[in-house]
Design a protein. Structure first.
Length: 147
């Protein structure tokens, strides 16, 4: 984990506290993706396709439920903080899953970036550049659709 943290720290621009996909330009996204793809990690990504009216929180909960089932046998779950209110919602949901005997475990501290990488691994047109495409095929990602 120290090697991964160091590589991610180097990617921060002056004044930047953390990387967030939506804040990055296409050129930086590609550089970040290539850096992450070169790291000695594996990632499991759960994606939920749903009705446009479904809330982001519901989508997140459904993805989390599926992810945790896939991670059966892990010892630890690390989630990136989303702020006090969202963190409380996450803990409440994890507690409910524990009571229903769902397993909660893994190290997914890079989940947002990994999910963004998967989204970008599909042929897509970056905003503002309709002729360009991202096409990154990281071999270290398993993609699971959440029901």
């Amino acid at each position: 984990m120290p090697e991964v943290r160091a590589a991610m720290q180097v990617l921060l621009l002056k004044g930047q506290r953390k990387l967030h996909w939506r804040d990055e330009q296409d050129k930086r996204r590609l550089m970040i993706s290539e850096t992450v793809a070169a790291l000695p990690i594996e990632a499991l990504v759960v994606v939920r396709h749903s009705d446009p009216g479904e809330s982001m929180e519901r989508r997140r909960r459904k993805c989390m439920e599926h992810l945790l089932q896939e991670l059966d046998g892990c010892d630890e779950l690390i989630l990136e903080s989303r702020g006090p209110a969202d963190d409380r919602r996450d803990r409440t949901h994890l507690d409910a899953l524990r009571r229903s005997h769902a397993v909660a475990c893994s190290d997914s501290s890079r989940s947002g970036l990994t999910c963004a990488n998967v989204a970008s691994s599909r042929p897509c047109r970056p905003a503002g550049n309709p002729g360009a495409h991202f096409q990154i095929s990281p071999q270290w990602i398993w993609l699971y659709p959440a029901a």
